[in-house]
Design a protein around this ligand. Structure first.
Ligand code: AKG
Ligand code: FE2
Length: 266
């Protein structure tokens, strides 16, 4: 289903042999996605229509400076179709080497990001959820959509450098091109990243959010982080239900229980 163009491991990007917080060895993969053109076209035209009406007034206090439409799959049924497409999920899980599932908190499960010329599209950040798929729906201008910029080091080091220097060393940022027809699967929770400023064009990107089915607790979306974007009543019930689900999963896997055999310490 996917034709991989480029693929890098997390450890190759960060320089760390092991990352206990990672869900997969994958840093990112870029591929030709072959998703149905008419489906993506309908998502794009709905997104443009909604953007005009919905969020212009709220964009002043954007978290991460991002201009985006949240819970896109609720507003646009075609997003939901793509999000739950089992062939897609299988192909992405194969790329990641772990089973991926759609993110369960509706407000944070899919977005459509809008990048305009001359604006910083999104501040440096790590994602809340473990994995995202970035699918450019439309690009224009000389940079043809530009790129996602990824700090090539541990995300904690990148944050420290940002604090000290106010910027990341340009030579250490990987550029992942964002082109229509291609998509990027990225372990954005363990990579500090942002997006290139577009001088003269636009990019509209569909973001489909996922997590590891086996390790759903590897998740940076605390309730506090969700509340930066959403009112409590919009996330509370699903968040609580998911915490209960995770607790049951942990118990089943014995993750929090004491070892069955007492250790014989020397
Ligand atoms: O579109 C991009 O280049 C990056 C988007 C991103 O990092 C995000 O939506 O979390
Ligand atoms: Fe991100």
């Amino acid at each position: 289903m996917l034709d991989v163009l480029e693929q890098r491991t997390l450890s190759d990007i960060t320089g760390c042999a092991h990352d206990v917080e990672a869900v997969s060895p994958l840093g990112y993969a870029r591929y030709a996605h072959h998703y149905p053109g008419d489906l993506l076209d309908s998502i794009l035209s709905e997104a443009r229509r909604l953007a005009e009406h919905e969020w212009e007034a709220r964009s002043a206090d954007r978290y991460l400076g991002l201009r985006h439409l949240r819970a896109a799959h609720r507003a646009i049924p075609a997003v939901e179709t793509l999000m739950h497409d089992s062939r897609r999920l299988r192909a992405l899980s194969e790329l990641a080497g772990v089973e991926l599932e759609p993110y369960p908190i509706t407000r944070a499960a899919s977005h459509i990001n809008f990048y305009r010329p001359g604006e910083v599209p999104i501040d440096h950040h790590t994602d809340g959820a473990a994995m995202v798929e970035l699918i450019p729906l439309h690009t224009s201008g000389s940079a043809q959509g530009g790129a996602t910029l990824v700090h090539q080091g541990p995300p904690e080091e990148g944050r420290w450098l940002l604090g000290q220097e106010g910027a990341l060393p340009a030579g250490r940022q990987a550029e992942i091109p964002q082109r229509v027809g291609h998509a990027v699967l990225m372990q954005g929770r363990r990579l500090l990243h942002s997006a290139q400023v577009l001088d003269d064009g636009e990019r509209i990107t569909l973001v489909l959010v996922m997590r590891s089915a086996a390790e759903p607790w590897k998740d940076g979306n605390s309730l506090a982080r969700l509340l930066l974007d959403d009112p409590l009543e919009a996330v509370h019930d699903e968040w609580l239900r998911d915490q209960q689900y995770q607790a049951r999963l942990h118990q089943g896997a014995g993750k929090w229980s004491v070892p069955a055999e007492p250790r014989s310490d020397p």
